[in-house]
Structure formats: structure tokens, C-alpha cells
Design a protein around this ligand. Structure first.
Ligand SMILES: Cc1cc2nc3c(=O)[nH]c(=O)nc-3n(C[C@H](O)[C@H](O)[C@H](O)COP(=O)(O)O)c2cc1C
Length: 318
């Protein structure tokens, strides 16, 4: 029997499989398909301090290798979420990771304070705060927080007010992801979540128009799996002691195992859940089977294992 338990900094989870923010609803919606407490954790859709309407429709579109979304972080705000969604999550006994977002550094601090109040109502339910910094920073010409080491660090530092372990979720749309990872770790992030969606665009050739009302969107699904593996691999190599949560294009146990081998201690399932709401549970079953079949005694034995061979190859060719 493989011990599936894993540690993300100060957070201990019974297994490494979670949902990805924005792909499993705000609350206990997936509980209609499996017991939410069976996953390592449930990550809820990103919330801001105040309600936010998101983008106009159409907001989703299938593309080769995955999908594009421009949902635009629609949400009820943290207080609304705490009233309407958190009670059912607490009853499910799931471990909950709350994703927060903002458009200014002050927004992150406000969201963090609101989260501290909400989490305090159900002690033990919210185990961590994931800071989604793939948002335009209104104080920096709407450049994404996650594309600037300074802005990324400021958002994460502001989120410390939530008094929960912080996971910083980074964007793959930058050549500086390792530098930005270093900045958010120095600013107080206990772990890195890698990665958010890749910038993309869909065009319908028959109407000759851009498909999504917002224009561009975020690409997710199998098409970004290698991008996510690379981000995890590079950050794990640069920061071997930083816990990493890998996300991008995982739809089965093999994809989950690849993410662990790249250096992640846990992983999230996103787009696959939109196609089949049972996907996170199936990924967990598949990962367990692969680890047991290979006689792996614990998750830590495979975390980052792909890096050993790479170092050996480099040494051989240098
Ligand atoms: C419809 C949709 C909504 C999303 N909403 C959020 C969100 O609210 N916050 C966030 O950090 N990431 C959000 N994401 C990004 C996912 O959490 C994940 O990082 C990304 O989709 C890559 O994983 P995947 O290929 O398994 O989907 C969203 C993705 C999709 C497809």
C-alpha cells in the first residue's frame, strides 16, 4: 500500500489530488459526484473582497488541445461566499483552499482580511489561501501582477493578513517565472501553485470574428501540460525546498504522476473536471494504482525524481 499523504509546507493532506480554482464551482457542487473529503483538498473559484460580475458571454470556447476561458473572475465576494457556500463545504469535511484575487494591492489585503473572518467561522475547514496573481494591476498600467516580481511580491505580502498558509499561483506567460517565484517566496508564500492559464485567442473562420466577448482568453487543458511540467521542473530546480502544487492539463493518473516526478508535491485537476465532474476522483484512483503497481511506498519517493536523471545527463555531457 502506498502512503499517499503529502505536505505542502505546514499543510498536511491525505493525498496530493485537488481541484483547480474556477473549475469546480464556488462550493460543494462536485459533492454530487464524489465525497469531497476523499480528495487532498478542494480549491474554490477565486474570490475578491466584493462581488464581481465577470466578463460578458461568450466566455468559454473549445480549441484544439483544450479550451479558452474569459470568465473574468465572476464571484459573490468573500462575505457572500462565506454565507452561501462555506457552510456546505464545512459539512462535507473537505479541506478547503480559498483562492483570492484583486486589482490593487489594497484589494488583496481586503480580500485577505475578509477571508480571515470567514475562515474563523468554521475552524479547521480552510487550510490555505491560494493567491491568484494572474490579474491586471490597476496601479501598474493593468500589467498582470504575476508578470512583475515586484507587483507579485506586493500582492502576496498583502495577502498575509489572512493568517493562513499562502500559496502563490503564478502565470506561465512570462520568461521570468523563476525570478517571480523567488520574489513571492521571499514575500511570505509557503508554496507555489504552477500554473495558471496561457494567454490565447480563438477566431471563428466562418464568421471571421474573435469568439470570446472579452477578446482573448486563457488556454487550459492538455495543450498546456508540458508548459506546466516545465514551470514546475524549473522552479523545483531553483528552489528545491519550496513546496510546489502542479496544475495544467492533468486528466489521468499518468499526468498526475508526471507532475510529481517534475517536482510537485501535490497537483490540481482543472479542465478535465469541466468535461467529467468525476475527473479529480478518477485521477486520484489512477495515481494510486500507478504508485502501488510500481511498489512506491510514499509520494515523497517520486517527488522530483525526474530531476535526478536530468542532472546525471547534464554531468555526462558537460
Ligand atoms: C473555466 C475556468 C475558470 C478558471 N478560473 C480560475 C480562477 O478563478 N482562479 C484561478 O486561479 N485559476 C482559474 N482557472 C485556471 C485553472 O485553475 C488552472 O490553473 C488552469 O486551467 C490549468 O489547469 P488545467 O489545464 O487542468 O485546466 C480557471 C480555468 C478555467 C478553465
Amino acid at each position: 500500500m502506498t502512503d499517499l499523504g503529502t505536505k505542502i509546507g505546514s499543510v498536511t493532506l491525505p493525498n496530493p489530488v485537488m481541484t483547480a480554482a474556477g473549475t469546480g464551482g464556488h462550493g460543494a457542487e462536485l459533492g454530487a459526484f464524489f465525497d469531497l473529503s476523499e480528495l487532498g483538498a478542494i480549491v474554490v473559484k477565486s474570490l475578491s473582497a466584493s462581488p464581481w460580475p465577470g466578463n460578458p458571454a461568450p466566455r468559454l470556447c473549445p480549441v484544439p488541445g483544450g479550451m479558452l476561458n474569459a470568465v473574468g473572475l465572476q464571484g459573490p465576494g468573500i462575505d457572500g461566499w462565506a454565507d452561501h457556500d462555506l457552510p456546505a463545504l464545512a459539512r462535507s469535511r473537505a479541506r478547503v483552499v480559498v483562492s483570492i484575487w484583486g486589482r490593487t494591492v489594497g484589494d488583496y489585503a481586503a480580500a485577505a482580511r475578509a477571508l480571515a473572518r470567514a475562515a474563523g467561522r468554521y475552524p479547521g475547514t480552510v487550510v490555505a489561501c491560494e493567491v491568484n496573481i494572474s490579474c491586471p494591476n490597476l496601479e501598474d498600467r493593468s500589467r498582470m501582477f504575476a508578470h512583475s516580481a515586484e507587483s507579485a511580491a506586493a500582492a502576496v505580502a498583502a495577502a498575509r493578513d489572512c493568517e493562513l498558509p499562502l500559496w502563490a499561483k503564478l502565470s506561465p506567460n512570462t520568461p521570468d517565472i523563476v525570478e517571480i517565484a523567488g520574489a513571492v517566496l521571499s514575500a511570505g508564500a509557503e508554496a507555489l501553485t504552477l500554473v495558471n492559464t496561457l494567454l490565447g485567442l480563438a477566431i471563428d473562420e466562418s464568421s471571421r470574428q474573435v469568439v470570446l466577448a472579452a477578446g482573448g482568453g486563457g488556454l487550459s487543458g492538455p495543450a498546456i501540460h508540458s508548459v506546466a511540467l516545465r514551470a514546475v521542473f524549473d522552479c523545483a530546480t531553483a528552489f528545491p525546498r519550496a513546496p510546489i502544487v502542479g496544475v495544467g492539463g492533468i486528466s489521468d493518473g499518468a499526468g498526475a504522476l508526471r507532475m510529481l516526478l517534475a517536482g510537485a508535491s501535490a497537483l490540481q485537476v482543472g479542465t478535465a473536471t469541466l468535461a467529467d465532474p468525476r475527473a479529480p476522483r478518477a485521477v486520484l484512483d489512477g495515481l494510486r494504482r500507478l504508485l502501488e503497481e510500481s511498489g512506491t511506498s510514499c509520494v515523497a519517493d517520486v517527488v522530483g525524481a525526474a530531476r535526478g536523471r536530468w542532472h546525471w545527463r547534464r554531468a555526462d555531457h558537460s
